[in-house]
Design a protein around this ligand. Structure first.
Ligand code: IMP
Ligand code: MG
Length: 178
């Protein structure tokens, strides 16, 4: 495992992203919707940097199911969502990889009558996107490697690392070939 972004870099990146969001929304009320489980650490750090009236909601997005490379069909669970009709919604995910998860979230949330929907991620993975949209807010572009930590997992492990690290191929080998 090799550290890609340390704690200070992450804190700076989150602060920059919060400043971009504050410049965009001003004092408008915002409902931030985090995509579980990858958003948990980012969401906790980011919302403490935001000063506008803020509601927090959660959605569940599943695409990976253990494998590191090949995304399955995206399933979205909106059971925990607050009422977002007429509200400015900001979707938050850990990483923008192929982009299918964000597109699916944008579509399903968009159907619920928000007055606007924007998207934010901590990381954009280079050279992987398969969709036309890009997140409105992001903190870092990273190389095409499988990363863990700061909420991101491999088989639901490593979310608690305070930094972002690249897993070496041998560290993911058994599962991705299974
Ligand atoms: P997408 O739909 O391909 O953009 O994938 C987005 C989801 O895949 C993210 O919400 C993550 O849960 C997961 N994912 C993609 N790349 C990585 C990675 O490098 N490490 C951990 N999870 C990842
Ligand atoms: Mg995720």
């Amino acid at each position: 495992m090799k550290v890609l972004l340390d704690e200070k870099q992450l804190a700076d990146g989150v602060r920059r992203m919060a400043a971009d969001m504050s410049a965009h929304y001003g004092d408008e009320p915002v409902t931030i919707i985090g995509a579980l489980h990858g958003c948990i650490v980012l969401l906790a750090d980011l919302i403490r940097q935001l000063k506008m009236p803020l509601r927090v909601g959660l959605a569940r997005a599943n695409s990976y199911r253990g494998a590191t490379r090949s995304p399955g069909a995206v399933t979205i669970d909106l059971d925990m969502l607050p009422d977002i009709r007429g509200r400015h919604v900001l979707l938050l995910d850990d990483i923008f990889d192929t982009g299918h998860t964000m597109v699916e979230l944008l579509n399903q949330i968009g159907d619920l009558g928000p007055s606007s929907v924007r998207s934010a991620v901590l990381l954009r993975k280079q050279g992987r996107q398969q969709v036309d949209i890009r997140p409105d807010f992001f903190a870092f572009d990273i190389p095409d490697a499988f990363v863990v930590g700061y909420g991101l997992d491999f088989n639901n492990l490593y979310r608690n690392l305070p930094y972002i690290a690249v897993l070496e191929p041998h560290e993911t080998a058994e599962v991705s070939s299974a």
